[in-house]
Design a binder for this molecule. Sequence first.
Ligand code: THU
Length: 160
Amino acid sequence: MKEIIIESKLNVYDNLEELPKEVVALMDQAAIARNNSYSPYSKFSVGAAILLDNNEIILGSNQENASYPSGLCAERTAIYYAGSQYPDAKIVRMAIIAGSKIHQTIHPIPPCGACRQAIAEYEVKQNSNIEIYFMGETGKVMRSHSLANLLPLIFDKAVL
Ligand code: THU
């Protein structure tokens, strides 16, 4: 038996002002997307904005359903729209902003496991990294250079 250690490296920014202007602009778009969140059940709203290499920006927000599992997260709403509208474009980065409508969310909110798996598919497909930035309503912002960095031991199509 041997032990392996898998490391993930993230950058933590104290606030939005520390980020490059184009990333702030994308996070602003994510905040706009979040306004369209339909989250009457969880009261937790999430917005995602994706920058494509053709300079299109794709927005998504979480959309819930009375049949709870039928809802979809903001990240997957956005990435599936990007994949269906611009199948040949590469995804450069994704910005995510999330927070509760009940209490203030001041910590960065990372994408859930299912969204990581969905984003991973596109990273493998396009053979280049997707940069991910995520935050709460205010406060620190975290950056991952790639999705793979957030999902060690990725399950990908190579094994099928
Ligand atoms: N949600 C997202 O939109 N993205 C995530 O990565 C985690 C969770 C949504 C799903 C649901 O509408 C609400 O947040 C609470 O889980």
